[in-house]
Design a protein around this ligand. Sequence first.
Ligand code: TXA
Ligand code: MG
Length: 315
Amino acid sequence: MAEIGTQISKASRLLENNELVAIPTETVYGLAGNALEPLALAKIYTTKDRPSFDPLITHVTNIADASALVHTFPALAQKLAEQFWPGPLTLLLPKREHIPDVLTSGLDKMAIRVPNHPMSLNLLKQIRFPLAAPSANPFGYVSPTTAAHVDQQLGAKISYILDGGPAHIGLESTIVSIEEEVIYVHRLGGIDIEMLRTFGEVNVLPHTKSHPDAPGQLDSHYAPRKKIIIGDLELLLLKYSDMKTGILSFSKIYPHPNKSIALSPDGDVHEAAEHLFSALRTLDAEDIDLILGEYVPQKGIGRAINDRLKRASFI
Ligand code: TXA
Ligand code: MG
């Protein structure tokens, strides 16, 4: 198992030696390495069992550091960065030549954001190079929202996990690109589209079975190992009454012989987002055959929750 601690100097030493460190962010924990060193980037891909065609997100401390990595930073992208950084918004911007191709899987654009977590911001300031950090989970599985989640799956492969407490948003960042003043959403996430719409026209790109430039858009992703079926819980409970099921509800608490989790008994979508991934992990570890779930209200961050539920249930 990895050492779990709060020593930023230890994390920076490891990163300077091209080692990987798991870091906290406000969205989910990331598996970080030097974004400018192909050796560290190669370790990220192998540690996650991530296919080489799935590019990584780069983390920096501020807009100026982001600008130093990209060719152009359109005015609308700057406005979004000023509004939402540090925070759960990732911008796709054309990378400069010195950025390793392995970081972007050969694409011209790189994904970049400023995470809103004091520990990781302090770390970034100390090392003075950008950090590539995909979610710290094996490819395709549910993202980690605590240091313990990271340790459970990647603990044997990395030496240090920086513990910044539970991620308070609980879902990954929203990924956008800008083309001719239009905002294209590549992945729904922590910044909701209602907020983006105050900046201009917003287009949400559909998922595909094999989207060449954004595997986070794959139909099946963010999935627990157990089968999960989403629908009307009352009907699903009748239909699967002869099976050992667990329940993942939005707010209603179900008396149920096996495990039942309500994401937010108060019916708050933000609280539901915060609890979603750890609830999926808990249910995945239960002695049940099937997880039954329901969609949450399709508004604000609720859209991103429903997106993850849909893809977790896709076979
Ligand atoms: O909240 C987050 O974004 C977290 C934290 C750690 O920052 N990171 C995260 O990274 O979710 P990851 O690698 O699990 O998801 C990044 C997604 C992938 O689906 C990848 O395909 C997409 O971003 N992506 C990265 N670079 C891209 C690019 N140049 N063009 C299109 N999609 C890109
Ligand atoms: Mg991920």
